[in-house]
Ligand binder design. Sequence first.
Ligand SMILES: [Zn+2]
Length: 606
Amino acid sequence: MAKATTTIRQSLNYQPQYAHYFAENAALFNRVVSFYFDCIQAHAGILALTNQEALTALERLTHATERHASPILPLDNIAPGIPAMFRRAAINAALGSARSFSSSLKKWRTRKEKHEAKQLRKSAKSRPFRERPPVAPRTWKKSAPFYAGLWKERQDHSIVLKVWTGSCWSWVKVRTLGRDLPADFEMQSPALVRRGAQWWLHTCIEKTFTAPPKIAGQVTNTETRICAVDLNINEHIAVCTVQTVEGTILATRFIGGGREIAGFRKCTLGRIARNRSQTGIIAENEQDNAALWAKIRHRDEALAHMVSARIVQFAASHGASILVFEHLGSLRPEKGRYSRRGNTKRAYWMKGRIFRYSKYKAWNAGGIITSRVNPRNTSRECHRCHGLVVRYNAGQPVTPKGGTAGYTPGAALVLCETCQMRDHADRNASLRIGQRLLERYQEPLKEKPHTAGRRGGRVSKETGVTRSQDAKRRSGPSTRQARQGDSNAHGTAQDALLKFPGNETCLQCHGPQRQAGPGVTPEAHSHHGANSEGNKCVACHMPQIAATIADVMVRSHTFNFISPSMTDKYGIPNPCTSCHQDKTTRWALDALDQWSNISPWRMAAR
Ligand SMILES: [Zn+2]
């Protein structure tokens, strides 16, 4: 079984004198906790017991009953007539503190012994062990929980609490403001918590449900849906897409508001900068412009909560059971004024926040699992064919003047020149993020774990996304590499651009059972050996017959088979004799005639 817990925080509406009662109640609680803490310290054996046994033992030590009329350390010395549940809450709190203190003391002792043993062995220059031992808590600031029996009549907007008023135990009724308790959660003990001058009621709630299967188990089920999220620092803070394991895209949502928050931050950071310039020197260790900083912080916090809630709501409404983000790239400091740098930094922090909040919200929403994938090239690759895309702005030519198709960092639209896919850049990235998670499980070890820190020449996602190797090279592939292109799986010298080696890229779609694929194995179809050059799909369907500069031949994108007879007719090169250079076209045509699965009529017609 899996558990989801969350805390409902409700602000309270009460009569003014109650604030005094609550303070008295908390003070008494802390006195009792402190008393029990000392009790436990005096009776070291207690910590060896389980919590339940320790509770019984401590009550026997301190609480007078008919059978034990005179306990050794009577609690009545602190305050008479403490309710049993108040006492138990205090005992549990004290036990928690004592266990934590005892374990840190134990660790400190081990470190000390280790140090001393080392000194003995060295014997030369002895260095004393300088680390101070942990100290027991000297002040207690625990919030008083209300166990069953200390509260009653809990309704949507009110609760009756039993508190120590400073002179007697009394029931007080308070109104609770804020959100209601969700119905399907189990409620734990509420606690009175002080925030500034105001008292709040915190209630921990818990839900148990059957644990969802691990991601590896879920992706094998075709019913599984994945919600992928691309977080940005521009207008669309989050772009979410839901897709099935097989890749069918079901829904998309753009969550905006980025421009508004950026404008607000720009204003406020500018005001802070102006204030600072007027003040001159800022005192060290003193927060300047505290109210303005708080304003920024609260707006960021509120927006992160809102965006994460919407992401989770979107995922849940489309039945997604996995939420995928990308790992945060490294933040590159941006040049510019103070307010601009501060703004970018906060927008970047926002991404981390949204991830953290979404993670727990998704889990609480019924066990949606959150995962992260490598962010490399998610905005650069086409979600349909995984080739590199062109990124451009609306109204802008896809191909800039006088140059080849380019990549405008941060532009809104993408075009894949290979498969003519056109889409919104962030939506494309979001889809790639989802696919990357699936790829991880379909092909283990394909994706390397994300490593922190920048790699050479890497541009952060905010400024322009990673550039591929060939994009970085100014001059393009050299003719030598281009000529040796046939040593590669694909036509170009950039083997790395392909997602899969050899024929696998083609066979993804043109498999035996798929559209226009060979009905037999590649070897039977090509009549060439399994690992030979001639067995490659590209050898015949994308032959190196397209002339470029001088005598360099590159792969043609004809996809049709160029028969040797076309060489005789039109003088264009054909794949057979460009490979078998010592043979004639007649020899090639005779060989083709022997291939029983190829229609001689089709060959002759060409
Ligand atoms: Zn494409």
